[in-house]
Design a binder for this molecule. Structure first.
Ligand code: G3P
Length: 218
């Protein structure tokens, strides 16, 4: 499973990249606004900076909601850097835009997926990734991880090559559950990734090794 970081915060992206396990970055308008990125020039520069920090795919979301606007923005975003993946919401215009962009060889990430049917249409349109939002489903008394199982199973049945990118991951166990469900990618907050390292027996074991290493003259 690939690990993406789900943030527009450069410090966190650098920290995740320094671990050597990062495969890409996802952003969205809320994450960009949270970092205070305002205006076209700053938005463009921010995406370019992220692409320079990481090696893999960087999702940049269109802000238009109509087909013409989405394809114009999508082409502009894709031209910024070869690592850019154009993120498009799963609406009627969005599906048309994904079809247009993927036919042009531009990578796309279909976002705001909450059902297998939405994922199927996005894949049919040629999306590189579909992004089911598992945390937001959990927030609404639905089983987010179950949606990952369903989409992975459906794509497997038909040999669909669109990658399942589990998004809206809120905590470390979500990452494990998405891996068990067969997600191709999990896009995660940094804390959730670092949580994978935690185990009290590791801490206790390391403490003992350090104490015993002193007996070895170290
Ligand atoms: O990748 C989508 C993600 O950013 C949404 O997460 O926590 O706002 O539901 P959240």
């Amino acid at each position: 499973m690939k690990f993406f970081i789900d943030t527009a915060n450069l410090e966190q992206i650098r920290e995740a990249q320094s671990l050597g396990i990062l495969d890409g970055v996802t952003t969205n308008p809320s994450l960009m606004a949270k970092e205070g990125i305002v205006g076209d020039e700053n938005i463009i520069q921010h995406y370019k900076t992220i692409c320079e920090i990481v090696d893999g795919d960087v999702s940049a979301e269109v802000l238009s909601t109509d087909y013409e606007g989405m394809i114009k923005e999508g082409e502009e975003l894709a031209a910024l850097h070869p690592q850019i993946v154009v993120k498009v919401p799963v609406t009627k215009d969005g599906i048309k835009a994904i079809k247009y962009l993927s036919d042009k060889g531009i990578k796309t990430n279909c976002t705001l997926i909450f059902s297998p049917g939405q994922a199927l249409l996005a894949a049919k349109a040629g999306a590189t990734y579909v992004s089911p939002f598992i945390g937001r489903l959990d927030d609404n008394a639905s089983d987010g991880v179950d949606l990952i199982y369903k989409i992975v199973d459906m794509f497997g049945t038909y040999g669909i090559r669109t990658q399942v990118l589990a998004a809206s991951i809120r905590h470390t166990m979500h990452i494990i559950q998405c891996a068990e469900a067969g997600a191709d990618v999990a896009t995660c907050p940094l804390d959730a990734i670092l949580g994978l390292l935690k185990h009290p027996l590791t801490d206790i074991g390391l403490e003992k090794f350090i104490a015993d290493s002193k007996k070895m003259g170290k």
